[in-house]
Design a binder for this molecule. Structure first.
Ligand code: PEP
Length: 252
């Protein structure tokens, strides 16, 4: 039996004041969430402050970073290392978000190296995979997702997924209001689990596979009801405490 996970990806949003308000809002409702693991991924500069608030207030609410450097230290201006992220109190690191892949040109290979860096420093990677609309229309969704996962298996081996999460995020559904239907999402989730199972059945059975792409309070329940959907990676709807908690409740 897999425990659901709902993680909020705040992206490049917030101010000190708005983030404090958001965390307080989440903390005021978190006691109603009974079994679902809840995490938030603030921008790097707020990790320290959010980490303190989460450690000192009602919970449990875990914290993750939105990215991580593939490098550990040295002359890499602008990068943030896994050691630093861990030191701020993070448990998770998102890697391979489609915005990193498409806007910043991050390859499958770099994403796999970031996945490895996260694990090296005790962070659980949340590996994002997913196809563009064009790729879906070309009927190559499975090929694309398999390639993105295989890059990690090639570098790290299948055992790496014992301590990792996969988020299936169809690119055409992210921030567009166009959610995949529960059936469309389930189909790809089952494919992903099957791909992992082909290497190791017990790793596949224990792997949390999240859905991401315009999840809201009013569509979360039907998505999370599907057998291979173990929660969500939430963008826009994670910026309002009430809406995010409704999604967590749906996973519960
Ligand atoms: C995301 O960016 O990971 C995401 C799923 O965004 P949204 O929920 O806004 O579509």
């Amino acid at each position: 039996m897999r425990i659901p996970l709902v993680a909020g990806n705040w992206k490049l949003n917030g101010t000190r004041a708005s983030i404090k308000e958001l965390v307080e809002g989440l903390q005021s409702g978190i006691s109603a969430i009974k079994k679902t693991q809840v995490a938030v991924c603030p921008p790097y500069v707020y990790l320290n402050e959010v980490g303190q608030m989460l450690a000192d207030g009602p919970g449990p609410i875990a914290m993750g970073s939105q990215d991580v450097s593939a490098e550990d230290s040295g002359a890499f201006t602008g990068e943030v290392a896994g050691t630093m992220i861990r030191e701020m109190g993070c448990a998770y690191a998102i890697v391979g978000h489609s915005e990193r892949r498409s806007i910043y040109g991050e390859s499958d290979e770099l994403t796999a190296r970031k996945f490895a860096a996260a694990r090296r420093h005790g962070l659980k990677p949340i590996l994002c995979v997913g196809e563009t609309l064009q790729e879906r229309e070309q009927n190559i969704t499975e090929k694309v997702v398999a390639r993105q996962i295989d890059a990690v298996i090639d570098l790290e081996g299948i055992d790496a997924f014992k301590d990792a999460v996969i988020a299936y995020e169809p690119v055409w559904a992210i921030g567009t209001g166009m959610t995949a239907t529960p059936e469309q999402a389930q189909e790809v989730h089952a494919f992903i689990r099957g791909r992992i199972a082909a290497e190791d059945q017990s790793v596949a059975d224990g792997l949390q596979i999240l859905y991401g792409g315009s999840v809201k309070g009013n569509n979360a329940e039907e998505l999370f009801a599907k057998p291979d959907i173990d929660g969500g990676l939430i963008g826009g709807a994670s910026l309002a405490a009430g809406e995010f908690l409704t999604i967590c409740q749906a996973a519960d």
